[in-house]
Write a protein that binds this ligand. Structure first.
Ligand code: HEM
Length: 378
């Protein structure tokens, strides 16, 4: 009797399990189909500015300044993001000599031209921490002596074109509204809960939480050995495009970096120093662009969406050479800290577009002014 009861219970539980698996598979298939349906082209090739963006931007500035205050060092105010530099190095950006005519845009108009540039390599975190901690890594490049009208009309004499990137292709928020909510929660000390703003499951940002986790990666062996993405889109002449900078060791002398001691807090600086200053070996990269095909799902207003390479591949427009040099001196490091990079330092042909870039216009300037004023105007 007891045996039959056990057998029936076993059969019932087995069936229940099968049903649960089948239901789970169905839910997964339906949500995948819904995701593909939601994320399909065509998309707009124009910017679409939502109502209330300007007010939300002001809120973000206040939060950003709060973060700068929270994380100031004993003597200096640091950046709100990418506070820790591995170094600022001199670089040469050479436009490809054989560039097809449709790729000759803005600073890439003249095939073969070499721009002198400054490159700042950084960790993404808002305050300096050990390089071995999972993080995004940043690269900011500033081309110097760029002719033409600057985007920021109050700084006409700047003559720069900046490219500001980090080491992941998409961002953990879609737009300004979500950034405002998420960063305010983070400034209040929330981490994972910043992605769950309320009880309503429709407000839960599970996919974005996974993007945030994937952005925080273990450190590469050196800042010269990882790929950096613009994440957000820019004009590229008449087209819209994202860009990236990728290591290109084939165009540099053969070099194998000695293994660094990852327990040292600043081993990425040591790696850069070892290659450029001690071993006197240059580093090489390619600068590539990916043009928007508005028939594909390549949106302008959602930075959480990676533009797939299978939709449109990246094309190389320039090579970057970082020559052997001594960059790690107190004077050059202070100069590096005092530099400002901003996607809006540039010319019309490379205008930043999309909500997150419109937000960055106000925030970078406000934070840069704030920290410079508190650092004695330096
Ligand atoms: C598209 C995604 C983004 C990328 C690729 C990116 C990348 C970077 C990088 C590499 C830096 C360091 C620049 C340097 O070396 O001086 C930086 C700084 C900074 N970022 Fe972003 N960022 C992004 C989005 C944002 C957003 C949405 C905000 C806030 C609205 C923001 C606020 C800042 C601020 C305030 C600084 C410091 C500016 C300064 O004090 O000079 N970033 N970002």
């Amino acid at each position: 009797m007891l045996k039959t009861l056990w057998l029936r219970l076993g059969a019932f539980l087995g069936k229940l399990l099968l049903w649960l698996v089948a239901l789970g598979l169905l839910a997964w298939a339906l949500s995948s189909a819904w995701y593909v349906w939601q994320h399909r082209g065509p998309v707009s090739a124009q910017e679409l500015i939502p109502d209330g963006e300007a007010a939300m931007t002001q809120d973000v500035i206040q939060t950003a300044v709060r973060i700068v205050d929270q994380h100031r060092e004993s003597t200096r105010y640091l950046r709100d993001a990418h506070a820790k530099a591995h170094g600022c190095v001199k670089a040469e950006v050479q436009v490809l000599a054989e560039l097809p005519s449709e790729l000759r845009q803005g600073v890439f108009s003249e095939p073969g031209k070499t721009w002198q540039a400054t490159m700042r390599l950084s960790n993404g975190n808002a305050y300096p921490q050990f390089d071995s901690i999972r993080d995004a890594r940043g690269m900011a490049i500033k081309l110097l002596d760029v002719p033409g009208k600057q985007l920021l009309t109050d700084q006409p004499g700047r003559g720069e074109q900046d490219f500001v990137m980090f080491s992941h292709p998409n961002f953990f928020v879609s737009d300004v509204a979500e950034y405002r909510q998420n960063v305010a929660a983070q400034a209040d000390g929330k981490k994972i809960m910043a992605f769950f703003p309320g009880w309503d499951p429709r407000s839960w940002q599970v996919r974005h939480l996974f993007i945030a986790l994937a952005t925080l990666t273990p450190a590469p062996p050196s800042p010269t050995q990882t790929t950096y993405f613009s994440v957000s889109p820019y004009k590229f002449g008449e087209a819209n495009a994202k860009f990236r900078v990728m290591p290109d060791p084939e165009n540099c002398p053969v070099y194998s970096l000695a293994e660094q001691n990852r327990n040292l807090p600043n081993f990425l600086r040591s790696a850069l120093n070892q290659q450029l200053s001690t071993d006197r070996v240059p580093a090489c990269f390619v600068l590539q662009i990916q043009r928007q095909d508005a028939n594909k799902y390549m949106p302008i207003e959602d930075t959480s969406i990676e533009w797939k390479e299978s939709d449109v591949p990246f094309e190389t427009v320039a090579r970057i050479n970082v020559p052997a040099q001594d960059f790690d001196t107190p004077a050059l490091n202070l100069q590096c800290d005092n530099q400002s990079f901003n996607p809006w330092f540039g010319i019309e042909a490379h205008r930043p577009i999309g909500g997150i870039n419109r937000l960055r216009k106000a925030v970078y300037e406000a934070v840069s002014d704030y920290r410079h004023a508190r650092n004695g105007g330096q």
